[in-house]
Ligand binder design. Structure first.
Ligand SMILES: Nc1ncnc2c1ncn2[C@@H]1O[C@H](COP(=O)(O)OP(=O)(O)OP(=O)(O)O)[C@@H](O)[C@H]1O
Length: 292
C-alpha cells in the first residue's frame, strides 16, 4: 500500500493554506505534528476525500484518487476532529448508522460492530445512549466507526484531544494493534501520542512538511542542545526571552529550567538527554530564530 501526495496546494480565497505537499506514505503509523493552524486538518481532509486540493493529486498504489473515488473511500477509515453524535442514538445505533453510510452488508456490519466494540472496550456500553458517554468513550466509539470497513488506510485527526492519560494510552494501544499491515496517519499536537508508536513523524508548519523522519532521528538532531540550568526566580522572565525553555520546576528559591539551545545557556548548565518534545520545540522555535 502506497499513498502518495504530489504537489498538493490548497487555497481558501486568497489564503494559501497548503503550499506544495510532496510525500509518500506506506504501511505503518505516521504522526503529523504541528502547531495550531499549520494546515494539518486541511491535509487530512484532502486525504480523507472530504475536500479537494486546489492543485496537485493524491495517488493510491500509483492510481490517481480522483479516478477511483468510490474504491478509495472503501479503503479508508476516517475519524474527524469533531464528531457530533445524535443525542437519541445508542452506541449501537450510531455504529449501525455509520455502517449503512459505508454501504456495508447488514450481517457483516453486525459482526464488525460486535468485534470492534470488544476491541475498543465498549461491548457493555453499546446499548447506552451516546449522550452519556465520556469523552474517551466517544473517541473509542469514533475509532470503531472508522474501522467498520476494515480500512487499509486509517486517518485520525487529533484523536486524543481532551482525553485523560489513561484513555490516551488505551487509545494509543488500539491504534498500535490495528496498524499491523496498514497505514495509519495520525494528526496531533500532543507529542507523546506519536513518540512511541509512529514509524515516522512529519513536522508541519505554514502549510509545508519540513521534515519526515523517525523520532530517534529528530532526537539525535538535538543531541548536546538540551540543558538543565538553575535560575533565580526573579531572573526567569529575562532568561526566557533569550532561550527556548521546555520545562520549569521550582527548587527552593531557584527554578530548574530545561533549555533547548545550541550554546550552553549559563555557566552552571548541564547537558541532559533530549526527548521528542524538545526536538519539536527546537524545530518550531529555535530553528525559526525565536525563543518560546
Ligand atoms: N474552510 C476554510 N475556510 C477558510 N480558511 C480555512 C478553512 N479551513 C481552514 N482554514 C484556515 O487554514 C489554516 C489551517 O487550518 P487547519 O485547520 O488545517 O490547521 P491545523 O494545523 O489543523 O490547526 P489545529 O491544530 O488548530 O486544528 C488556518 O489558518 C485556518 O483558519
Amino acid at each position: 500500500m502506497k499513498l502518495c501526495m504530489e504537489g498538493i496546494f490548497k487555497n481558501f480565497k486568497n489564503k494559501e493554506v497548503l503550499k506544495g505537499i510532496d510525500t509518500t506514505l506506506e504501511n505503518g503509523v505516521y504522526g503529523l505534528l504541528g502547531p495550531n493552524g499549520a494546515g494539518k486538518t486541511t491535509l487530512i481532509r484532502i486525504l480523507a476525500g472530504v475536500m479537494e486540493p486546489s492543485q496537485g493529486k493524491v495517488l493510491i498504489d500509483g492510481r490517481d484518487k480522483s479516478t477511483c473515488d468510490d474504491e478509495y473511500r472503501s479503503r479508508i477509515g476516517y475519524l474527524p476532529q469533531d464528531v457530533s453524535y445524535y443525542t437519541d442514538f445508542t452506541g449501537r445505533d450510531y455504529l449501525r448508522f455509520a455502517a449503512a453510510l459505508k454501504g456495508l452488508e447488514k450481517g457483516y456490519a453486525e459482526k464488525q460492530i460486535e468485534k470492534l466494540a470488544d476491541s475498543v472496550g465498549l461491548s457493555d456500553d453499546l446499548h447506552r445512549n451516546c449522550a452519556v458517554y465520556s469523552g474517551g468513550m466517544k473517541r473509542r466509539l469514533g475509532i470503531a466507526q472508522a474501522l467498520l470497513n476494515e480500512p487499509e488506510i486509517l486517518i485520525l485527526d487529533e484523536p486524543t484531544t481532551g482525553l485523560d492519560p489513561h484513555e490516551r494510552i488505551k487509545f494509543r494501544n488500539i491504534i498500535s494493534a490495528f496498524s499491523k499491515d496498514r497505514l495509519v496517519l495520525l494528526s496531533t499536537h500532543i507529542v507523546p501520542d506519536v513518540e512511541s508508536i509512529a514509524k515516522e513523524i512529519m513536522m508541519m508548519e505554514y502549510g509545508t512538511i519540513g521534515r519526515k523522519c523517525t523520532a530517534e532521528e529528530y532526537i539525535s538532531q538535538i543531541d548536546g542542545f538540551v540543558w538543565t540550568a538553575m535560575v533565580p526566580m526573579e531572573q526567569l522572565v529575562e532568561f526566557q526571552k533569550n532561550v527556548v525553555i521546555s520545562n520549569v520546576v521550582p527548587r527552593g528559591d531557584m527554578m530548574e529550567v530545561r533549555v533547548i539551545d545550541e550554546k550552553k545557556p549559563s555557566s552552571d548548565a548541564k547537558n541532559t538527554t533530549p526527548n521528542l518534545e524538545d526536538a519539536y520545540l527546537y524545530v518550531f522555535n529555535y530553528l525559526k530564530g525565536g525563543a518560546a
